[in-house]
Design a protein around this ligand. Structure first.
Ligand code: NAP
Ligand code: GCO
Length: 255
């Protein structure tokens, strides 16, 4: 592994990592040498994911964390402190989708999406950055944006508002933490084949729209995001801050 992409000696926390893109990021960073801290809301799925990576010979542990619950986040970080775990890299990945026209959305559903995506990214990053700054270790934050950080489509307004907010929160983190040798950047995946999009993948009209809306004429695969995650977690990105890298097949580049 070229030293620019070597994560040996680094510990990475990935939220929402029991499956989907979070698990892909975890496996990718582990293959680059990182020790992995998987977190997720569901302890059963989390334990299974931890065992999968351990069976591959990686150094992994798991901490339950509902990123919409401030107490759970603080408790998890305090547990990691007690276990002498020092987080160097954070991927704020946890997220869900809610598809409904704005005029039909109930406040509780709006709030849940904002709480998980935007507030969860804030809370987890705040707790991790406090510790990075206190031990003067530097660090890396990789937030997860979306095509909806730039453009909207009908029926996903809460998610779009949250992902737009995450883009600007990423820049705020860069603005405040750059002098502590902490880089905060984001990945903006296009339409990727995961459980979150199961209904869309099965919808022939939507499937055609996705394929006709990007130059590669296909959906992305989870493993196609790993290289960008390693790049943003590694020394190769030490002078990159506040950026969103779109891994979208060229979707945003074309009319
Ligand atoms: P996914 O397959 O639905 O997986 C989401 C993961 O997040 C699951 O493990 C889920 O746990 C976990 N999670 C949900 N709520 C949580 C909470 N409150 N606290 C902690 N973990 C929680 O979704 P995905 O497609 O991998 O998406 C992952 C991230 O990428 C999301 O932020 C999403 O917005 C973003 N993204 C996805 C795409 C795409 O096309 N797939 C594109 C752009 C951005 P459970 O297993 O218990 O449900
Ligand atoms: C949707 C999808 C999208 C993708 C992704 C695109 O309902 O349109 O869930 O939000 O998951 O965010 O970048």
């Amino acid at each position: 592994m070229h030293e620019l992409f070597d994560l040996t000696g680094k510990t990475a926390l990935i939220t929402g990592a029991a499956r989907g893109l979070g698990f892909s990021y975890a496996e990718g960073l582990a293959s680059a040498g990182a020790t992995i801290i998987l977190s997720d809301i569901n302890s059963i799925v989390l334990d299974s994911a931890v065992n999968k990576l351990k069976n591959k010979g990686y150094k992994v542990s798991g901490y339950v964390m509902d990123v919409s619950d401030e107490k759970q986040i603080i408790d998890a970080f305090n547990s990691m402190d007690k276990d002498n775990i020092q987080i160097d890299i954070v991927i704020n990945n946890a997220g869900i989708q809610h598809r409904q026209p704005i005029i039909e959305i109930e406040l509780k559903d709006w709030q849940r999406i904002i709480d998980i995506h935007l507030t969860g990214t804030f809370l987890v990053s705040r707790e991790a950055a406090k510790r990075m700054i206190a031990r003067n270790s530097g660090g890396k934050f990789i937030n997860i944006c979306s095509l909806t950080s730039e453009q909207a489509r009908p029926t996903v307004a809460p998610y779009t508002a949250a992902k737009g907010g995450i883009k600007m929160l990423t820049k705020s983190m860069a603005a405040e933490w750059g002098l502590f040798n902490i880089q905060a950047n984001a990945i903006g995946p296009g339409y990727i084949l995961t459980d979150m999009n199961e209904a869309l993948i099965k919808d022939q009209a939507f499937d055609s729209w996705v394929k006709n809306s990007n130059p590669t004429k296909r959906w992305g695969k989870p493993q196609e995001l790993i290289g960008t995650a390693i790049f943003l977690a590694a020394p190769s990105s030490d002078y990159i801050n506040g950026q969103v890298i779109y891994v979208d097949g060229g979707w945003l580049a074309v009319l």
